[in-house]
Design a protein around this ligand. Structure first.
Ligand SMILES: Cc1cc2nc3c(=O)[nH]c(=O)nc-3n(C[C@H](O)[C@H](O)[C@H](O)COP(=O)(O)O)c2cc1C
Length: 139
């Protein structure tokens, strides 16, 4: 199977008061459905934004992104990068979750910049590396 990976950032529409519960619900649904689709990845939440990495067959990613794009719990989904993968980076995780993390907030800034220069691919790769480290710490 050819592996593809996609990373996006979006703006959370979840109210602060109920965010933990709501994000847990997203993670639970995601783990079941992603496992069934052979998709692995990681989701990070910072109160204001989501960052998600998905990896698997292109058809599975397309199917998931159709659902994710119409989900009103977030908006302004910006795809940072799509690429072919040789091997999975989150192989043991149907959806690893990294909760509100101050460490991550500062790294998010260059990924949500709305200027003419677009997103820095280096910052995107750094974010994927940071997510991998945080996920590995929680294993
Ligand atoms: C930030 C965010 C990330 C999500 N990630 C996933 C995911 O990885 N897998 C998944 O099955 N659903 C994910 N969801 C939930 C889907 O949007 C959707 O509610 C769910 O898959 C059910 O699909 P349906 O609405 O087409 O029935 C996510 C939702 C949000 C807001």
């Amino acid at each position: 199977m050819l592996l593809h990976s996609l990373i996006y950032v979006s703006e959370s529409m979840i109210s602060l008061a109920a965010d933990e519960e709501q994000v847990n619900a997203i993670v639970e649904v995601s783990r079941n459905r992603n496992r069934a689709l052979g998709v692995t990845g990681a989701l990070m939440f910072t109160h204001s934004n989501f960052v998600q990495v998905l990896e698997g067959a292109q058809s599975a990613l397309d199917e998931l992104m159709t659902s994710i794009r119409r989900d009103s719990r977030h908006r302004n989904i910006a795809i940072l990068e799509e690429e072919a993968l040789v091997s999975r980076r989150f192989a043991t995780w149907s959806m690893a979750y990294v909760g509100p993390a101050a460490l991550v907030e500062s790294r998010l800034a260059p990924l949500v910049r709305k200027d003419d220069h677009g997103v820095d691919p280096f910052a995107t790769q750094e974010m994927i590396s940071l997510l991998r480290s945080l996920v590995a710490l929680s294993e």
